[in-house]
Design a protein around this ligand. Structure first.
Ligand code: GLN
Length: 245
């Protein structure tokens, strides 16, 4: 787990607070890196930003400016679901428009319910109008797609590894049309979900390191302002390499 010790002490009135939700149980494939990318891209623009880790030992505050959650194995996912149900701070913040980024297992936890690979049904927190059931085959590999939401123009890229497949209800829209990989489930041809200020994807990577435009989309929602572009050749190089494979 990334050490953010001392970050709480540096938070002031004007700090952009990035809530890293349950990194102790939800952080497969370095998804905590999404919070770091948000912090770095904010700081490069002169915005004071800190990552606030929220563990199973902490109630979830409703005061963060943005929240990120990573993927997890079935048991860890269940612990996270129980904690978020007991402490609904993130749900309160989302209802007021705070952006939330949910990766893989977190999509499932944020839905109405998910069925584990053992066939047990677990109630989620219903931030997304979706349900999740195990697919016949685990989906593992690269995802690439075309964004379907306003404000995103560049292809999206990530790595998926999940058994669950998510079916979207009428209040949820997909994030991208998949041109490589599985995304939400066999036959769906789409990945991810967008509902109000809450956004989910099956892309690990971490997703925001691979997709800076998506990072800035979330940051701009969190700060309530449009952001000047950043010229970062190394980030562009990484993207080009990932998209070529
Ligand atoms: N346990 C979930 C599944 O297999 C999510 C896995 C993940 O987050 N990578 O569907």
């Amino acid at each position: 787990m990334i050490d953010f010790s001392g970050s709480e002490a540096r938070i002031t009135e004007s700090t952009l607070v990035i809530g890293l939700v349950l990194p102790d149980v939800m952080g497969t494939y370095g998804d905590g890196g999404n919070a770091l990318v948000l912090r770095q891209r904010a700081r490069l623009r002169g915005i004071d930003a800190e990552v606030l880790p929220i563990t199973l030992a902490d109630p979830v505050p409703a005061t963060c400016d943005i929240y990120t959650l990573g993927g997890a194995e079935d048991y860890a996912q269940r612990l996270a679901t129980r904690h978020l149900t007991q402490y609904p701070g993130m749900q309160e913040a989302a209802a007021k428009g705070a952006p939330v980024l949910a990766i893989c297992a977190a999509i499932q936890v944020l839905g109405h319910w998910y069925e584990t690979s053992e066939g047990e049904r677990v109630d989620g927190i219903s931030l997304f109008d979706l349900t999740t059931t195990p697919q016949a085959e685990r989906s593992i590999g690269e995802i690439e797609g075309v964004p379907l939401i306003d404000g995103l123009t560049q292809p999206l890229t990530g790595f998926e590894n999940h058994r669950g497949g998510s079916a979207l209800g009428p209040d949820a829209a997909p994030l991208q049309r998949v041109v490589r990989g599985t995304g939400n489930g066999a036959g769906a041809a789409v990945d991810g979900v967008v509902q109000g200020s809450v956004l989910g994807t099956y892309m690990h990577g971490p997703a925001l390191a691979r997709n800076p435009e998506l990072a800035d989309h979330l940051l701009s929602r969190a700060t309530g302002r449009s952001l000047e572009p950043l010229d970062l050749p190394d980030v562009e190089l990484l993207r080009r390499e990932r998209l070529r494979k």
